[in-house]
Ligand binder design. Structure first.
Ligand code: HEC
Length: 207
């Protein structure tokens, strides 16, 4: 097979795989009873989004802990930097939150060229709101800053995704690393701030 064909095939396989996985996640999510019916999912108020999140928080924590990922254990006790869950197109059209552990306290305050200390963890838990207004637990997205030199390919950031049944979908230094390669490919756009973005303006906490 020619190289171009091979690359095309790789891309196709990956996207097929990703859609199969999201179908599995949806099947899994469908097994849940819907908690709160949302009238207009595209236009959730901060208050409504928080209400849905509050009703699913404990379930999320329970599901993610099945993965035995120590790094996110107790993440809901860390500081949450967004005022309400917001729709994130870059994380699969899910409603997301951004938590940082104590070492990540400079989240959003980092100056150009500064870096986060090893041990910094950002945890992004999510909920899915379907177009019919049903709400379900969503995947967890994690970034962990590793010791210097541990993984130069991703600027010493580890990326992990855990799906809502507690399965680790991919881990750049563990299971199925290639499935989460795309995380860094996008986060590289924020290289000047150590590959970390921030909460969209309307959802930042009042200073
Ligand atoms: C197409 C671009 C893109 C991709 C792909 C992407 N992200 Fe992000 N990520 C962002 C943006 C933009 C933000 C901040 C805004 C938001 O939350 O949507 C963000 C925020 C985050 C945060 C909170 C810290 C921060 O940077 O603000 C974590 C944790 C995170 N992403 C993990 C992941 C993981 C894990 C993957 C892969 C499974 C991933 N991301 C894939 C663009 C991306």
């Amino acid at each position: 097979m020619k190289k171009a064909q091979l690359n095309f095939c790789k891309g196709l396989c990956l996207s097929l795989f990703l859609s199969v996985t999201s179908l599995q996640a949806i099947a899994q999510e469908d097994a849940e009873t819907a908690h709160i019916a949302v009238k207009n999912p595209a236009d959730l108020s901060h208050q409504e989004a928080n209400k849905i999140y509050d009703s699913l928080k404990a379930v999320l924590d329970e599901r993610y802990s099945i993965s035995n990922m120590q790094l996110i254990s107790g993440y809901q006790n860390w500081k949450r930097y967004n005022s309400a869950p917001y729709l994130s197109a870059t994380h699969g059209q899910r409603f997301v939150n951004n938590y940082a552990n104590e070492l990540g306290r400079d989240y959003g305050k980092l100056k150009n060229g500064q870096t986060y200390p090893p041990g910094t963890i950002f945890a992004k838990d999510t909920i899915t709101v379907t177009s019919e207004g049903k709400t379900f637990p969503g995947a967890m997205f994690v970034m962990e800053k590793l010791e210097a030199g541990r993984n130069p390919k991703t600027a010493d950031w580890r990326y992990v995704m855990v799906i809502p049944d507690g399965t680790v979908f991919g881990d750049t230094i563990g299971e199925e690393p290639e499935l989460v390669d795309y995380c860094h490919t996008c986060h590289v756009g924020r290289a000047s701030r150590d590959y970390v973005f921030y909460v969209p303006k309307d959802y930042r906490l009042a200073q």
